[in-house]
Structure formats: structure tokens, C-alpha cells
Design a protein around this ligand. Structure first.
Ligand code: NAD
Length: 280
């Protein structure tokens, strides 16, 4: 996809962070937008920002939970009816949860998987028929640096993000074989300055790792170094270049290299980072 001008993009999690910046930058490039988020106020605010950026683009808003398969399919159908075509789906909505693998309850695990993994599958399956019909479509699925390497206290998040990466890499190979006019990119952000840490759920069980649940968010937030605006710019450039995957931020580029050279011993580097972040 050489240009976003005149295209139609759907974005989940558009009420904040990376999703909001994707919306603003796509609007600036002449792309019409169908925005969705669980938070009605925030997604409406994003729509206003996108319209201010470029009054020539059309922007619609939906309040929905990506974990709700039927709601995501209904949104895709509504978007296609409203715009006549859909070129891009950004399966960006996500949440974070910290806790030990041993103590995280199945309810909390399911909550996160339903959003971070199944939400991506719902968005991909709901939108693919419309992307095919457009003749020029792209699926953009957000995994994470934590889809490439693991860290203590992140087992649920790691499980979901590794799954998104596997799913999206397979999808891309299938789309290449099918030559159906649709492609896919897997997004692997490092630490991006957004509301993700503030919105994260912290399980008291991380105390067993020596991390104080009360101060975890503030300490973890210091690792969020890349701006959401820069992240969105990197992601959109990768989509235009039809990349299979895109590392977002210098931290992601460096840690990906370390993980590949030391696929097992990278845990020592994570250990040092934990010491620097939490003093453990
Ligand atoms: N910020 C980072 O450091 C970082 C790093 C790696 C990956 N990511 C991923 O990037 C994506 C975007 O995160 P962000 O950093 O912009 O976070 P954010 O918290 O700023 O934005 C996430 C948005 O998703 C929405 N959302 C949450 N649950 C939802 C649901 N069930 N249905 C619909 N919308 C829902 C939230 O309301 C919020 O507006 C997520 O998938 C996240 O896992 C972020």
C-alpha cells in the first residue's frame, strides 16, 4: 500500500496511546476512519482530534469490546456499509496484567487473553472478507517486544503476545500464497509512553518476585521511552513498505538482537533490567 489517501482504516483501542496517534496520522494522510474503543469518551475525543487534523476525512466512532466476537463482526459490517469499502484493520486494543504464573487466577488470565489474543483474531476474521473485496487490504496486528522475549511477572501478557505473533506470521504466509490483495504486518513495540501501565492490573502475587505491587506501575513506566506519535509513524511506514514485522523503538531493536543471539541466556539481561527497574 503506497499511500493511505482515500483508503478506509478501522482501528481498535483508538481511544488512547498508539491507537489515537495512528488515527491522527492516518487522517493527516487522507485516510477515512472507523474508530472503536471500550471507552466512549476517549474514542470520541480521538475522532475530534482526527477531524481537526483533516476536516476532509470521514470519521465514525463505535464503542465496543474486542473480546465480544459478535460486536466486532457487527462493527466490520457497519463500517463496510457506511464507507463502501475497508482497506485496513489495526487490531491494536490491548491491556496489561502483572502477576506470577503460579498465582494468576484463570479469570484474570481469561480477561487478558480475550482482549489481547481473541480480540486480534476477532478483528482479523471479521474484517478479512472486506479487505479482500477492496483489492488492496492490510491487517496490522499488535503483538509486543514481549511477543519475542519473556519477563518475570508477565506470563499472561507474554502468552497472549507470543500467540498474536505466531498467528500473524502464519496469516501473512497464507495471504502471500493466496495472492488475494491483502497483506499483514506484526507490530512489536518496546516501551511506548502511553496509558498502558496506568491502566494495567497488578496482582499482589508479584510481591513473591520482590516487586512492590504499590510502586510497580511508577517504576515500570520509566521503561516507556518512545512517544506514541513516533510509534505510530514507524508502524505506518512499515505498512507502506509491506513489512512482515516491525520493531518499534530502539529498546525493541536492541532486545530483539540480544534474544536472537542468546535465545536462552537473554534471561540474564532481563534480570539486570529487573534489578535496575525494581531494585530486585
Ligand atoms: N505501550 C507500550 O509500551 C506497549 C508495548 C508493547 C505493546 N503494546 C501494545 O500496543 C497496543 C496499544 O496499547 P497502548 O500502549 O496504546 O495502550 P493504551 O492503554 O494507551 O491504549 C489501549 C486502548 O485500548 C482500549 N481497550 C482496552 N480494552 C479494550 C477492549 N476490551 N475493547 C476495546 N478497546 C479496549 C483502551 O480503552 C485504550 O483506549 C496494545 O495492544 C498493547 O499491548 C504497548
Amino acid at each position: 500500500m503506497q499511500t493511505f489517501q482515500g483508503k478506509v482504516a478501522a482501528i481498535t483501542g483508538a481511544g488512547s496511546g498508539i491507537g489515537r496517534e495512528l488515527a491522527i496520522q492516518l487522517a493527516a494522510q487522507g485516510c477515512h476512519l472507523s474508530l472503536a474503543d471500550l471507552d466512549e469518551t476517549n474514542v470520541s475525543a480521538t475522532a475530534a482530534l482526527a477531524r481537526d487534523t483533516n476536516p476532509a476525512v470521514r470519521v465514525t466512532v463505535s464503542t465496543l469490546d474486542v473480546a465480544d466476537r459478535e460486536a466486532v463482526f457487527a462493527w466490520a459490517e457497519r463500517t463496510a456499509n457506511e464507507y463502501g469499502k475497508i482497506n485496513l484493520i489495526f487490531n491494536n486494543a490491548g491491556v496489561a496484567l502483572s502477576g506470577t504464573a503460579e498465582a494468576t487466577t484463570i479469570d484474570k488470565f481469561t480477561w487478558l487473553m480475550n482482549i489481547n489474543f481473541w480480540g486480534v483474531v476477532h478483528g482479523t476474521q471479521a474484517f478479512l472478507p472486506y479487505l479482500r473485496a477492496s483489492g488492496n487490504g492490510h491487517v496490522v496486528n499488535t503483538s509486543s517486544l514481549f511477543g519475542l522475549l519473556a519477563a518475570p511477572g508477565s506470563s499472561t501478557y507474554n502468552a497472549a503476545k507470543f500467540a498474536v505473533r505466531g498467528y500473524t506470521e502464519s496469516l501473512r504466509q497464507e495471504l502471500d500464497l493466496m495472492r488475494c490483495g491483502v497483506s499483514a504486518t506484526c507490530v512489536l513495540p518496546g516501551g511506548i509512553k502511553t496509558a498502558i501501565a496506568r491502566n494495567a492490573r497488578t496482582d499482589a502475587s508479584i510481591a513473591a518476585l520482590g516487586i512492590d505491587p504499590a510502586t510497580r506501575t511508577d517504576k515500570f513506566s520509566k521503561n516507556l521511552v518512545t512517544s506514541a506519535s513516533r510509534a505510530a509513524g514507524i508502524i505506518l511506514a512499515a505498512v507502506r513498505q509491506n513489512k512482515r514485522r516491525v520493531l518499534v523503538g530502539k529498546d525493541a531493536v536492541l532486545l530483539d538482537k540480544i534474544q536472537r543471539v542468546f535465545p536462552s541466556a537473554y534471561a540474564g539481561v532481563i534480570r539486570l533490567m529487573m534489578r535496575r527497574t525494581y531494585g530486585i
